[in-house]
Design a binder for this molecule. Structure first.
Ligand code: FES
Length: 124
C-alpha cells in the first residue's frame, strides 16, 4: 500500500501535468478517487496511467480525478474521453488494465470492450 506522501506526490504530478495540457482539447482520462475507489486500488491505477503516458510520451492526454461515482462494486472506475468518440467508462480497472486502455484506446482508438461498463454517459 502506498503512503500518504506517495499519494500526495502522485497528485502533484497529475496537477503539474494537467497545467501543461489544459485546454488542448485532446484525450482526457478521469479516475474516480472517492474513498471506495482508493480502497479498491485507484491510486495504483493512477500511478500506472501516469507512468504509461510518460513512457509513451503522451503529454497531450489530460488526467483528472473525481470523487465517488456511486458504483462501489465497479471501483476502480476510469472514464476515457476521446475527441470524436463517445466517452467510455471502465470498471474494476487494475494497473495492468489501465496500461491496456492507454495502448488500445488512447493510442489506437479501440475500446477495451471486456472492461467497458458504459459508453456515451457524458459528453465526450
Ligand atoms: S462510496 Fe462507493 S461509490 Fe461512493
Amino acid at each position: 500500500m502506498k503512503t500518504r506522501q506517495d499519494l500526495q506526490a502522485l497528485r502533484e504530478k497529475a496537477r503539474a501535468a494537467l497545467a501543461v495540457r489544459d485546454s488542448q482539447g485532446g484525450a482526457r482520462v478521469v479516475i474516480a478517487m472517492g474513498t471506495c475507489g482508493i480502497g479498491a486500488g485507484a491510486r495504483e491505477v493512477l500511478g500506472a496511467l501516469l507512468d504509461e503516458l510518460s513512457l509513451r510520451g503522451l503529454s497531450e492526454v489530460t488526467v483528472s480525478q473525481t470523487g465517488c461515482k456511486g458504483l462501489c462494486d465497479q471501483e476502480p472506475l476510469v472514464e476515457v474521453h476521446m475527441p470524436g468518440m463517445p466517452s467510455v467508462s471502465y470498471g474494476r480497472v487494475t494497473p495492468q488494465i489501465m496500461r491496456r486502455i492507454v495502448a488500445e484506446q488512447i493510442v489506437n482508438g479501440q475500446v477495451v470492450s471486456e472492461y467497458a461498463i458504459a459508453t456515451g454517459t457524458e459528453a465526450g
